[in-house]
Design a protein around this ligand. Structure first.
Ligand code: ZN
Length: 117
């Protein structure tokens, strides 16, 4: 893989708790534990051991990440600050806290990185 565009935002996703149990057995097959931390820019989030976040929760997280990339304010969709939002995996057990951080790089589309050679 050759990442050629310096992304505008970094995301840190931390496991903060469980809704329906004190563990993920029989709820989420990915086995997240409280305190697990996943980091990404545009690729899917991985932890320090290179393990990927539960893929099912990406259905929820991708649109939230896109709203940040579009210049949005997460408070408008229930976040507690413009760049933080709590999210529950569709399995209904693992609770995540997503934090976005602007990296100061140029926007992918407005900067002309898309579709230009
Ligand atoms: Zn899950």
């Amino acid at each position: 893989m050759k990442k050629w565009y310096d992304e505008e935002y970094e995301f840190v996703i931390e496991v903060t708790g469980f809704l329906n149990s004190d563990k993920t057995e029989h709820y989420c097959r990915n086995g997240e534990e409280i305190g697990d931390k996943y980091v990404c820019t545009y690729g899917c989030p991985v932890n320090k051991d290179g393990q990927g976040i539960c893929s099912k929760c990406m259905m929820i997280m991708f649109p939230v990440m896109e709203s940040v990339r579009s210049g949005g304010d997460l408070m408008n969709i229930g976040g507690d600050s413009p760049y933080t939002k709590d999210i529950v995996c569709p399995d209904g057990c693992v609770m995540f806290r997503l934090t976005a951080r602007p990296l100061g790089n140029e926007n992918f589309h407005k900067g002309g990185f898309w579709g230009k050679e």
